[in-house]
Structure formats: structure tokens, C-alpha cells
Write a protein that binds this ligand. Sequence first.
Ligand code: CTP
Length: 473
Amino acid sequence: MKKHLKHQIFSIISEEADKLGQDCYVIGGFVRDIILKRNSKDIDVVTLGSGIDLAKTVANHIGPKTPVSIFKNFGTAMLKYKGLEIEFVGARKESYEKNSRKPHVEDGTLEDDQKRRDFTINALAICLNNKRFGEMVDPFDGVTDLKKRIIRTPLDPVITFSDDPLRMMRAIRFSTQLNFIIEEKTLAAISSNKDRIKIVSKERIMDELNKIILSDKPSKGFKLLDKTGLLEIIFPELFAMKGREEIDGIGHKDNFLHTLEVLDRIVPNTDNLWLRWSALLHDIAKPKTKRFVPKQGWTFHAHNFVGAKMIPGLFRQMKLPLNEKMKYVQKMVSLHMRPIVLSEEEVTDSAVRRLLFEAGDDIDDLMTLCEADITSKNTDKVKRYMKNFQLVREKLKDLEERDHIRNFQPPVTGEEIMEVFGLSPSREVGILKSAIKDAILDGEIRNDYDEAFAFLKKKAAELGLKPLSNQSE
Ligand code: CTP
């Protein structure tokens, strides 16, 4: 392991720990990531003694002005060095009393500290003291689990999860991120403890969910959340999408599985968390809008608009940001069918201009979402859609170059209309404004001030409005 501890910080910590006469180890995710060959910038150091004292002497060694953040209540201290973030803590033992969830924390041995961690793969420690520098301490066979790609708790999983129920989400997140299997007993304990997740804050649950969404195969995580019963608790709207129904021999697809397929399909094309969220939520209103119309089959009328309306409530409830990110997801959900509908019909300039106008700068993301949404098993159908999408993309490019519709602002403003015709804010102003917008989007006039102004005068005359005399020329 020595070769992985070449960074100067480790020799500094080693020297200072020896001077203080404290045993000292690098522990947890950093050690796991060495073996997995993943890059990690967070280092956790555990010492038999005061973590705060060790951090102070290390900081002093680096330079007398090196800042140390001290969290007295937790007995931890943190400092930054050459792009690394190093946290120091004294080894702890936790004991739980029968009737209280609050642990009693006292100084402990290294093993006490290791066994109160979440998974065997996260409980590995490497000694930093000079005499044993680089020696791995692995009392729970974490290295074997890493090799076999297994997630397992060091203690009875019921205890580990009951101590901190967020670990149930972490198990599923690590399994998804690293493509590991959750050991049977550990998985069963998630199912039996699922209700304990209710005591964890939404923010922390969402951090884990976002990591699942940002992984290479998010469907794996969502299927595990479903299998263990967590999904129904943390995300009932997604859970409601599960299943197929059949009436008169006509069925519809399982919208949960379809959604997961769309999410997996969008992964290679975007790292944008919010575009991935859009994929996850694009059909979220299907359960709400589902109807069976005799002789016609299943319909999900206006599920895109109903879905867009659901987003603010969902984001609020899940403690996701209520800012432009939410608005972006709303826009994606509301427009997600437009390119498909467009590509099914004759692709007219006017329809493409309207799409470009509504999507603005997010048009490319919308096309990425739509392409991911084509999950049909019928390869001819998929080919046809993809070809039509290509056509839509070409038209978009062509029209954008010609007409500059993206982020277009009508060339004549409402204020100007009021001024020219001596109007106060009224219905007429709205009518004239949208008439100009429609004329441009339909290609009747170009996106140009003079053409728009001439058109405005003509339209206003039809409404019996005349320009005020000094403005008529
Ligand atoms: N840990 C734990 N239980 C938790 C969170 C963390 O036992 N609920 C322990 C694990 O030993 C973990 C270490 O604290 O390795 C550091 O936690 P953290 O930095 O949150 O996670 P990492 O394992 O480093 O992984 P990631 O950075 O991907 O979250």
C-alpha cells in the first residue's frame, strides 16, 4: 500500500503522529478508492487520541498560518493541503442504550471505530505510523468484498441500518455507482428496516438519489429502491407508475420500466443532472391522466402539461432546488412530446419555428430527451423516428441561422404599441403583440423591426386603431 501513500501529506502526518505518540490511520472511502483505482480528494484520518491535536500539529508543520477548521462538538478537525481535504478524528466507540437512539460516544480502539462504519469496503484502514507505514488493517474482510464486488455491513445489518438509516440509501447508491451486489442479509435488512428512512432528512436522501441518477446505470438503483420497499416511501409518484393494466385485451406499457429505460438511454448523452431528472419525470403524470376509452384504448391525455404542473410540488416536497433548475425540468416535461409529434407529421417550417421559440436555448437538450424517449422494440419504427429527428434537427439549424428565433423577443414591444396607438394596458395590446409573434413564427414576415412595424399598423387598422398623429410616419 506504501506506493499509494506517496503524497507529501502522509509523511507529514506520520511524523507528527509519531511525535505525539498516537497511532494513526487513513481510513474509509479513501482506502476503498485506492483499491478500486478511483480518484479521491477527501482523506479521513483516525487516530487513537485527539484528532484535533493531531490536526493542529500537522497544520503547524505545513506552515504556521495553515488554517484548521475545528468542530469541537464532534471532536473533528479539517485542513486543506495541495488540493486535498483531510479530516482528523479520534477513534470512537459508540454504544446504544435500549430506549434511546442517541449514541453514547467514548474513546475506543481502531476496531471499535471500524465496526461502527457502514460497510466492510468502507471500514478499511492503513497505518501511517513510521513503524507500520502502509500496513492494511482489515478485520471484516473488506478487501475480499471489494474483489468480489459485494456490499456488506461489518456488524449485523439490522444494527448498522438502525444506527443510521441513511446507510440503506448508501448501500443502494454504492451498489449502483460501483456495480456491486448487495449481500443477501444486508439487502433483506434494508427491506425490514425500510420505514426507518422516514427519520432521515430529505436533503440527505436526495444527495444519494442524485448520485444514483448521475451513475452509469441509474435503473439498477431505482429497481433496488423498489425491491426493498424504499421507493414507495421516498418517491411515491414514481412508484405509482409501476405496472400494466389490461382491459378488453388492450394493455399499456409499464411506465416505471419505460421511464428507467429512458433514463439509462440518456446517460451516455448527458451529464446534466437536471436533464437526467427530466428523463425521470417526463411521464410522471401518466398515472394521474390514465383513461381507458372503449374501442380506442389507453390514453394519457395532456400528461405533459399535468406533469409540468406537478413539478413545483414534487421539488418542494423532495427539497430539490426551487429555482431555474426546476423551471428547466418543467419546460422539458411540458415540451417532451413536441419533437415526436412534429416528426410524425410533415415537418413544416412554422412548426419548427414554434418549437424553437418555446424551447429557446434548451432545444438541444429537448431533442436529446426525445431521442432517449424512443424505446420501442420495433426497430423499423425506431429507425423511422430517428431519421425524422435528424430532419427536425437539420430544419432547426437551418431556421435558426435564417430567422434567429431562439430566445427571440418580439421586435416591437408592448410599450411601443401602447405609445404609438395611445393605448393603456389592455386586451388590444395583447392581441397585437401575439399577432406579430404569430406572423413571424408562421413565416408571414421576417424577424425584423420594419416588417413587424408595418404589419402592426395593418393589424391595428383592422381593429379600428389609428396611430397618434405625430407617430404616424
Ligand atoms: N460512513 C458511515 N456511515 C455513513 C456515512 C459515512 O459509516 N452514513 C463512514 C464510511 O466509513 C465512509 C466514511 O464514513 O467511508 C466517509 O464518508 P463519506 O465521505 O460520506 O463517504 P465516502 O465513503 O468517502 O464515499 P463518497 O465520497 O462517495 O460519499
